[in-house]
Design a protein around this ligand. Structure first.
Ligand SMILES: Nc1nc2c(ncn2[C@@H]2O[C@H](COP(=O)(O)OP(=O)(O)OP(=O)(O)O)[C@@H](O)[C@H]2O)c(=O)[nH]1
Length: 406
């Protein structure tokens, strides 16, 4: 029996699941990369400004050290340049702090220190201006040094604290984002597992249904299709015939004197003979033909795309193969024969009508002496001389001559 398998559905489910899994993996990868970029972008500008601003107290410290060594005017110019740069840097850092996600309370004290430093700058500038105008003496140097050190220490402390604060916040945020990404990944994984479980369940249910469907259409002994299966296959074949006008033939087969095998060798041997016969049938037919056991020792073959002549030829082959068939075990000496009725669909639109016509011809094959096939058209055709005759001469003749030889 050839039946549709659930492999197609399985492949579709696997493909759908793989696609969902791939989309989820891409979404997680995209989210993680975006999260990382976001964290980096938030603090990069602030860190850059702070690092750059940290150069100011270092430069001021160097200039003041140089001023201690030599009271040169050039150092005054350098301090002057720094005094122009320091407030701008402080302003830049203030701006970045306001834009950042940092809690204002966390850097309030540092801003106060920067405010304080800024408030000391005019005094330092005034001392530098006086020294530049009146010449650099010890008293002027001391005033510049005292104010400069105060500014330098205030800046160095504020910037170094700020630097640490930003790095800490950045690390915290990065860790938070990573945990979030991990949580999303775990959730997605759980979702995928749930989808996989549902798909597996659906697949399992589908397979169970398919198995039950097959079982209800399969003959248990021979594993051929049963009457219901053949009737469904015939429905499809009739539809094709109506739509495309392709021929369709049906053959009914009934083993001759099968009761004798049962009586002589027992029911199990009879069963084995039925199985062997079903295999013989399957060897003779084409892939498109449908072989079924209709019950007892009666079989049927539905032949799509076959005209009566093709069906007759197959019947002939089956008659020969059945006679030549070795029977199992104790029945080895027994010779099996079969009677066959063959029809091609003509006017009828239903399987039952076609079946009934084939059954009549099978009955006639039995009545004519068994081990033969009788093929015929829907209505008896007038033969020469006006006598109604079936179109069965070739096959029936073959069977008859074979019978005579025995
Ligand atoms: N071993 C076995 N025998 C079965 C099975 N189904 C039906 N039979 C037997 O098949 C036999 C059919 O007998 P009959 O209907 O008299 O037909 P026949 O003996 O083949 O004679 P003709 O059909 O007239 O040639 C009976 O003995 C049934 O018990 C089965 O599944 N296994």
């Amino acid at each position: 029996m050839r039946a549709t398998s659930s492999r197609g559905l399985g492949l579709r489910l696997v493909a759908a699941f793989s696609l969902i899994a791939l989309l989820c993996a891409l979404a997680v990868a995209y989210y993680v990369s975006q999260a990382r970029q976001q964290v980096g972008a938030d603090y990069t500008a602030l860190v850059t400004d702070v690092v750059r601003a940290q150069q100011d107290p270092a430069a001021l410290r160097m200039t003041l050290d140089s001023l201690i060594d030599s009271q040169d005017r050039i150092h005054l110019e350098q301090i002057h340049a720094l005094l122009w740069r320091i407030p701008r840097r402080i302003e830049g850092v203030r701006l970045q702090l306001r834009r950042s996600e940092l809690v204002p309370e966390s850097y309030g004290e540092l801003l106060e220190e920067l405010d304080h430093v800024e408030s000391r700058l005019p005094a330092l500038e005034a001392s530098v201006d006086v020294a530049a105008e009146q010449g650099l003496d010890d008293q002027g140097s001391e005033a510049i040094l005292a104010l400069g050190m105060e500014v330098e220490e205030g800046l160095a402390w504020a910037y170094s604290e700020l630097n640490e604060l930003v790095h800490r916040a950045s690390a915290d945020q990065r860790q938070l984002m990573e945990r979030l990404a991990l949580a999303v990944a775990v959730l997605l994984l759980l979702l995928l597992l749930a989808i996989a479980a549902v798909m597996r369940m659906l697949f399992h249910l589908h397979r169970q249904r398919e198995t039950m469907r097959l079982q209800s259409r399969t003959d248990e002994l021979t594993a051929l299709g049963n009457r219901r299966w053949l009737s469904e296959a015939a429905g499809e074949a009739f539809e094709r015939r109506c739509r495309h006008g392709v021929p369709l033939s049906l053959m009914l087969l009934d083993l001759d004197h099968f009761k004798r095998i049962n009586d002589a060798y027992g029911h199990p041997v009879g069963d084995a003979v039925l199985v062997a016969f079903s295999q013989t049938l399957e060897r003779q037919v084409r892939r498109v033909d449908r072989v079924a056991r209709m019950g007892g020792e009666e079989f049927a073959i539905l032949m799509p795309d076959s005209e009566l002549a093709d069906a007759e030829a197959l019947a002939e082959r089956i008659l020969r193969a059945t006679r030549a068939m070795p029977l199992p075990g104790p029945a080895a000496e027994h010779r099996l024969t079969v009677s066959i009725g063959v029809v091609e669909a003509e006017e009828e639109r239903s399987f039952d009508r076609l079946y009934s016509r084939a059954d009549q011809l099978l009955y006639r094959a039995k009545a004519d002496g068994r081990d033969r096939a009788v093929a015929g058209h829907a209505a008896p055709r007038p033969a020469a001389g006006g006598v109604a005759a079936y179109h069965d001469a070739g096959v029936a003749q073959e069977a008859l001559s074979a019978n005579t030889r025995r």
